[in-house]
Design a protein. Structure first.
Length: 371
């Protein structure tokens, strides 16, 4: 039978089963103790005072925006090359996502482009530590202070990653994490907002739970949402968090192996790890091809598919999304680097349990295609 190498896969240990079964055995399937435990342990891990679980990374971003006070006709500056959860969560607030181009050498927001997009409607900056690469937060915070903007860090691909010795998600006003199946740790589906601000934490907590009244429960204080993570999912996340160091060890193994195999190949560009990225943890192994590679990205990924190797193309950036262009008057050529990454970037199989020999097989096929 032909070898198949999936783009991502995980193994679920007995620990997840044990904690989930505990929820089932005790009937604490909706809200319960694992929600509190997961929030407490994860916020400790990120070095934040508060952790508020949500149903997804998308709802975490929306909750952070709502708690930041982002409203109709406000503008939010956001990294162009990202999961569309970023742009959509801004649109849920009836606010305008303003895409900012990324750097070609590491795919994260270019902070030097932020200031000229600020106007009187700008309320927040949403930065994305994409693929585990840190954004230059000192610059972002400096600009945010100058113009009184909130800073939301999308850490969906950066659990445990550090910027100048600080965990991402603890630097801006909010960190937003996803625990979707392919993220560093997972609940299947889930998310968390982290913050050090007591007031914004309690606002986020209220909005995630329908803004129930404090005296009369059913006299609601505002228009809230149900973004509650079930106890069963929190139990899974809690079990995963206990194993995060082992997962990171696997990611380091995978990163090093790909890096060694591909670092000197003409036409392959591996995103640069900045000095300020004091702890880099790969989410998945991403690269882009330049004109020195013998064939195009699409031709290469087809060749890999023919060999049973699954890959994922880079994100189609915010400025290329039709509904965003039409509703928010965003032009398609506003982020040339993000567009370049879209056409030439992709990621390689990076499941936690991928064998070294499979990584070598993938790299051999890439090198073969460049002959
Ligand atoms: C996965 C991801 C999201 C969305 O998270 P979901 O849990 O799928 O809603 C947001 N931003 C980035 C950068 C992501 O990778």
């Amino acid at each position: 039978m032909k070898k198949k190498i999936p783009v991502f896969s995980i193994e679920i240990s007995d620990l997840e089963k044990k904690y989930i079964n505990e929820c089932l055995d005790t009937s604490w399937i909706g809200q319960g103790g694992y929600v509190d435990k997961f929030e407490e342990e994860f916020s400790n891990y990120v070095n934040c005072k508060h952790g508020i679980t949500t149903t997804s990374g998308t709802t975490a971003l929306h909750l952070a925006l709502v708690a930041s006070g982002v409203k109709k006709d406000d503008e939010v500056l956001v990294s162009s090359s990202t999961n569309m959860a970023c742009a959509f969560s801004i649109a849920y607030c009836n606010a305008k996502p303003v895409p900012i181009d990324v750097r070609k050498d590491n795919w994260v927001i270019d902070p030097t482009l932020i200031e000229k997009k600020i106007n009187k409607n700008t309320k927040a900056i949403m930065v994305v530590h994409l693929f585990g690469h840190t954004v230059d937060m000192d610059l972002v915070i400096k600009i945010a202070k100058k113009y009184n903007l909130k800073v939301i860090e999308d850490c969906a691909e950066a659990h445990g990653v550090e910027y100048k010795g600080k965990k991402v998600g603890s630097i801006g006003d909010f960190g937003c994490f996803s625990f979707f199946s392919n993220k560093t740790i997972t609940c299947g589906e889930g998310g968390m907002v982290t913050t050090n601000n007591d007031e914004m934490a309690s606002a986020a907590r209220s909005f995630k739970n329908l803004c129930y009244g404090k005296k009369n429960k059913f006299l609601h204080e505002d228009i809230g949402f149900n973004y509650r993570l079930p106890n069963i999912s929190a139990a899974m996340g809690y079990a995963q968090l206990e194993q995060i160091e082992d997962i990171i060890t696997q990611k380091e193994r995978i990163y090093k192996r790909y890096l060694n195999n591909l670092k000197n190949i003409n036409g392959i560009n591996i995103p640069k790890i900045e000095k300020h990225n004091s702890k880099f943890i790969m989410w998945v192994f991403n690269i882009y091809l330049d004109q020195n590679f013998k064939i195009s990205r699409n031709e290469l990924t087809q060749k890999l598919r023919d060999n049973g190797i699954d890959t994922r193309d880079a994100f189609v950036p915010i400025n290329m999304q039709k509904p965003i262009q039409e509703q928010f008057n965003v032009s398609e050529d506003s982020c040339p680097n993000a567009n370049y990454i879209m056409e030439n970037g992709f990621y390689l199989p990076s499941g936690n349990n991928i064998l070294d020999s499979d990584i070598d097989f993938v790299c051999d096929k890439i090198i073969e295609a460049n002959k």
